[in-house]
Design a protein around this ligand. Structure first.
Ligand code: F6R
Length: 607
């Protein structure tokens, strides 16, 4: 989603702002802009498209101001054009905004009644006009911003710059994250710590409702939209370094992140397991014995991790799991039990729907556990128990390593829950933990299939539609495979439970529709083979992904990708890898923008 950078610096800040915005490119955007104070006067440069276009504009008309704000915009209200790009400004104030102002229509009407003429289709523009009116009425910037914040509904992070105020920047947060960076005689605002990584590792995070006033000497934060008391938001050492957000020798971040999986899944497992003792660690404060169900919720890929986890929790811990995508969860009004457990899964920890679900569950008296990759995120900070995934920053928009780390974390939790509930014996626990300990090695072996997958991808890149089938835990992995393919190659793909094929989707099968079948050799294998035969009988082109035993049973009849043999428990983490590589190489063949696919955003902070 949109990215914000603000700098009160010592030299010209526009190049630094553009540089920082480049590190936010991974969030997805379709226009960009920067505003600086040029001898006290607000000046803007904006451009639709990628940051290259903004750089061209800045080359033609450079900015030299030492105070500035910048933005990458992911269009919501109004298309991705120069007039809709941020910063929005009057001659008195400029603003950049992440999120949505829900009551912008009524505010716009009110302003229009007072003769304000709008120059964009955005919701954001109302903010600059409202602040300008307050300034015109004699208020100082420090008074004007809280007065306007009180009138806004919706979710936002904002950064303001004011005419004639070289040593002042104001930021505000409600719903969308905003971080303050502390430099040496310089101060920064950023929508995440990644933007600020090369400038400073001293960062504090605003809470919802905070408003921050920055000068080069430091920051003062007030709660209640800036009208409350001064509050302390501790400065922390950010662990995000520039090195972690480098592509290294890889062509794309996604390729690097796929390759990193054995290592980061290993780190994640080491955190959640006592490897020496062969035990899964139980997070503090969660008493699985007293629970009679668990509610899981998440979006997109993280939701598929939850779907896999449901199989594990129901099998190993004998606890019923309710799961729904976060944008639906609270609206279907499920009866939730006071004292029950909700588990939210999110890479970014900022996804608006997942956060709203967390708050809904909290309001129903539930205990909140979260599986998150960004430990400083809002979801992490609002949870009772945080189960970190140690994937490191994930920059590619399509989630890969965060997904397998989510699975690894949930797998350890399911084992810990099974043990705590007396369903698993010491011996059972030991066996499951052993299979997890072996997992990084098996994932590394699976990655070695890349050259073969690359060859298969060439055929795939000619398809317009594809089907992915699986049973048991392979069913959510089939859905994840289909999601990966459509996200980055734009080929239409659907994941189905293999048994559902004949209830509708088989009508799509012909020689032009590849059908990827995920079938580890387990108790469901024979049934899945029957489904493959149904596809083959209709001329469909099957790609069977299985292990050596499965390949032998299938008898060489189908195009087959053989992944390493493993315990059934860990197959989701292994089978996810060929799904990622197939999508990746198909997209590369098609020449799409792999790391920043069209229309997509990394951290979805609007509902
Ligand atoms: C798909 C993808 C998305 C995210 C979803 C949730 O590759 O990345 O579907 O999984 O937007 O995001 P988080 O995990 O940040 O809550």
């Amino acid at each position: 989603m949109c990215g914000i950078v603000g700098i009160l610096g010592k030299e010209a800040v526009a190049p630094q702002i553009v540089d920082a915005l480049k590190r936010l490119e991974y969030r997805g955007y379709d226009s960009a802009g920067v505003a600086t104070l040029e001898k006290g006067v607000l000046q803007r440069r904006r451009a639709p498209g990628k940051l290259r276009a903004l750089e061209d504009r800045l080359r033609q008309e450079p900015l030299s101001g030492r105070s500035g704000i910048g933005h990458t915009r992911w269009a919501t209200h109004g298309g991705p054009s120069e007039v809709n790009a941020h910063p929005h400004a009057t001659d008195r104030v400029a603003v950049v905004h992440n999120g949505i102002i829900e009551n912008f229509k009524e505010l716009k009407e009110e302003l229009a009644d007072h003769g304000v003429i709008f120059s964009s289709d955005t919701d954001t523009e109302v903010i600059v006009h409202l602040v300008t009116r307050e300034l015109d009425a004699g208020k100082s910037p420090r008074e004007a911003v809280p007065a306007v914040l009180a009138r806004l509904r919706g979710a936002f992070a904002l950064a303001f710059l004011f005419k004639g105020e070289e040593d002042l920047m104001i930021g505000a947060r409600r719903g969308s994250p905003l971080a303050v960076g502390y430099g040496d005689g310089e101060m920064y605002l950023g929508s995440d710590a990644i933007a600020l990584a090369p400038f400073t590792d001293r960062v504090s995070y605003l809470d919802d409702g905070d408003c921050v006033v920055l000068t080069r000497d430091g920051a003062t934060v007030r709660d209640k939209d800036g009208s409350g008391a001064a509050v302390d938001r501790p400065v922390q050492k950010s662990l995000v370094t520039s090195a972690l957000i480098d592509k290294g020798n890889y062509r794309h971040f996604m390729a690097k992140e796929i390759a990193e999986q054995p290592e980061v899944v290993g780190h994640t497992l080491a955190h959640h397991l006592d490897m020496g003792a062969g035990k899964a660690r139980l997070p503090e404060g969660i008493d699985f014995k007293r629970l009679d169900r668990i509610a899981f919720s998440a979006c997109g890929t993280a939701y598929y991790a939850g779907l896999v986890a449901r199989y594990w929790f129901e099998k190993f811990a004998r606890i019923p799991v309710d799961i729904d995508i976060a944008s639906e969860f609270r609206y279907r009004e499920p009866p939730l039990k006071d004292g029950g457990l909700a588990v939210l899964i999110s890479q970014s920890g900022e996804t608006a729907d997942t956060l709203a679900t967390l708050r809904h569950c909290r309001s129903q008296g539930m205990q909140i556990a979260s599986v998150v990759n960004v430990p400083t995120s809002t979801i992490a900070r609002e949870s009772d128990a945080v189960l970190p995934t140690l994937a490191g920053p994930e920059i590619g928009v399509a989630s890969t390593k965060a997904f397998t780390c989510q699975l690894a974390t949930l797998a350890t939790l399911a084992v810990a829950a099974g043990k705590a509930r007396g369903v698993l014996s010491d011996d059972d626990e030991q066996k499951l933990v052993t299979s997890l300990i072996e997992l990084p090695r098996l994932m590394a072996e699976t990655i070695k299939l890349e050259p073969q997958i690359e060859r298969l991808a060439k055929d795939f890149s000619r398809a317009r539609d594809a089907l992915y089938l699986g049973r048991g835990t392979s069913y959510p992995i089939a859905m994840e495979g289909a999601l990966k393919l459509k996200e980055i190659s734009y080929i239409h793909a659907e994941g189905y439970a293999a048994g559902e094929l004949k209830h509708g989707p088989i009508a799509l099968v012909d020689e032009n529709v590849p059908v990827v079948v995920l079938a580890p050799y387990d108790n469901l294998f024979e049934k899945t083979v029957s489904n493959m035969q149904e596809v083959a009988a209709r001329g469909g082109k099957v790609l069977l992904v299985t292990d050596a035993k499965g390949a032998k049973q299938a008898g060489g009849e189908f195009e087959t990708l053989i992944v390493p043999d493993s315990y059934a428990f860990v197959t989701p983490m292994i089978y996810a890898i060929p799904m990622q590589l197939l999508a990746y190489h198909t997209a590369v063949f098609m020449g799409t923008d792999v790391d920043q696919p069209r229309n997509l955003a990394k951290s979805v902070t609007v509902e």
